[in-house]
Design a protein around this ligand. Structure first.
Ligand code: FES
Length: 509
């Protein structure tokens, strides 16, 4: 299974025996009940729920199943969210906090049910989570989180130790969290969707959409798809829209490693640093791995992303008797302006639905999005509709800050650009290295492959005109403004951009 970066995640080498296939193709003369755009956790789960509810669904994925963040997840399932409950309660009231906790519970329960019903070994397990404070300030926040979590209806209690030997001043346990093998689970969902009659179209990028009287006309390279409902399960909706302003793109880092002493921790463990770090054990195949993650930063704001892995590895070696770092990978998530994702009806668009802004709770909120959107479609309402509505107005003040924060990076990054001529560029660029250069009034993103081949593409992101920056560990061009990502040769990896960076022939520039 492939994903949107050079590094391989733990899940890519452990797919189920089933490989998703185009099961019969699309009938371009037919009007489908729903077109789901995006073949990750959100799209596949939505497809299963709607197809099994009796709708006739088509799922279009621009690359392959799980290609985006779903195969870059660490696949922990939580009611303990990245946005702490004291903040949720403050912004959305106690009833809102209780609904968020309930949303997490429903998502974990659905994964538990689906994994119990498949023959694919998804290694789903219910786990207890430890949240650990190392300082007095963290302990105060921990107490507030525990009290607000109890008010939200979760089971939480103080503890005096943690299965991971983190610096420990105080700790709190949260019951009934979960974890799963993401690759196996995605495959099981794809299989279930196709077995119930759904059709998956891989390598199908959705481009233009147009609303006819009672259905959408959706352009793809292969033809025009017709569907009564359109569901954007693309992590961030494609194109220029309000969600690029409401959600800020972040990169997160993970490693999976084996232990020399065999003392694998039983449970999920989180510290309270900002950004926080987390740890858990996952069995895949016949081996156990500890997954550790963290060191998040805004997309495009880190000049040497490979160095982040060195810091992460140094941290895990301080806490564990590491035998082998088997996998390392990074992935993208979107931070919503007010702390809760945007899930539901797409503002101003008829029979269109969207789910985005999951923070670091992607597998949980992706699964929950499928529940909420399928409720809206099948029954016309949901108790969660108002809380998660993409039309809610709360984010405006925060959104302004996000836009400013996202825009500032361009000048900063440009400060380090080369001013060079072609000869020195070609000779001085090391194999595997890349630069953005200002050249004859144009900005070029230039990458030199390990074999010495030069790739030169326009450094200006086609989404909204920001300049991309190089991600040296994933070998990608990342846009700091709204998180579009492109391969070293300029081809589109993930939106919101709808097209890649155009190539340029150096001899003609
Ligand atoms: Fe918006 Fe690049 S993603 S300008």
């Amino acid at each position: 299974m492939n994903r949107d970066g050079k590094n391989r995640s733990l899940w890519q080498d452990w797919p189920a025996p089933y490989q998703p296939l185009n099961s019969g193709g699309c009938d371009y003369n037919k009007v489908y009940d729903a077109l789901i755009v995006g073949g990750g956790i959100t799209g596949l789960t939505t497809g299963v729920l709607l197809q099994e509810a009796g709708l006739d669904c088509l799922l279009a994925e621009a690359r392959t199943i799980g290609f985006g963040t779903s195969l870059g997840t660490t696949a922990h399932l939580n009611t303990l969210m990245d946005t702490p409950y004291p903040l949720i309660e403050k912004r959305f009231g106690l009833s809102g906090a209780r609904l968020v906790a309930k949303a997490g519970e429903k998502a974990i329960a659905l994964v538990e049910t689906f994994t119990a019903e498949t023959a694919v070994a998804c290694n789903f397990e219910r786990k207890t989570a430890w949240l650990v404070a190392a300082t007095a300030e963290e302990r105060q926040r921990l107490d507030e989180i525990r009290e607000a979590s109890l008010r939200a209806g979760l089971t939480a209690y103080p503890v005096s130790d943690c299965p991971v030997k983190l610096p420990f001043l105080a700790g709190c346990c949260f019951e009934a969290q979960g974890q799963v093998n993401a690759g196996a689970y995605l495959c099981s969902l794809a299989q279930r969707f196709e077995e119930s009659g759904g059709i998956i179209l891989e390598h199908t990028l959705v481009d233009e959409t147009e609303r006819e009287t009672d259905y959408h006309k959706v352009s793809t390279m292969e033809g025009v798809i017709k569907a009564r409902r359109l569901i954007y399960a693309t992590h961030i909706p494609p194109g220029v829209n309000q969600f690029s302003v409401l959600c800020a793109p972040y990169r997160s880092y993970a490693v999976a490693f084996t232990l020399a002493d065999g003392h694998y921790p039983d449970g999920l463990a989180y510290d309270m640093k900002e950004p926080y770090n987390y740890f858990r054990t996952q069995r895949v195949g016949d081996r156990d791995y500890v997954i550790a993650g963290g060191f998040d930063h805004k997309c495009g704001h880190e000049e040497n992303t490979e160095n982040v892995f060195r810091q992460l590895e140094a941290m895990v070696r301080a806490y564990f008797n590491v035998s082998e770092i088997a996998y390392k990978w990074s992935s993208q998530y979107f931070e919503p302006a007010d702390g809760l994702p945007y899930i539901g009806r797409y503002p101003g668009r008829e029979e269109t639905f969207v789910a985005t802004g999951f923070s670091g709770n992607g597998f949980t909120f992706g699964t929950f999005s499928a529940i909420l959107i399928s409720e809206l479609i099948m029954s016309g309402e949901s108790e969660f509709e108002s809380l998660f509505s993409p039309s809610r107005l709360k984010p405006l003040a925060s959104a302004k800050n996000l836009v400013m924060e996202n825009a500032d990076v361009v000048a900063e990054w440009l400060a380090g650009f080369w001013k060079n001529d072609k000869i020195s560029l070609l000779t001085e660029l090391a194999p595997g290295d890349a630069r953005v250069v200002e050249w004859e009034g144009k900005s070029l993103a230039i990458y030199k492959s390990e074999t010495g081949k030069i790739y030169a593409v326009n450094a200006v992101c086609p989404h909204f005109g920001c300049k991309v920056s190089w991600n040296n560990t994933e070998r990608s061009w990342d846009c700091p403004c709204h998180g579009s990502r492109f391969s070293f040769d300029g081809s589109l990896l993930t939106g919101p951009a709808l097209s890649g960076l155009q190539g340029r022939d150096l001899d003609e520039s």
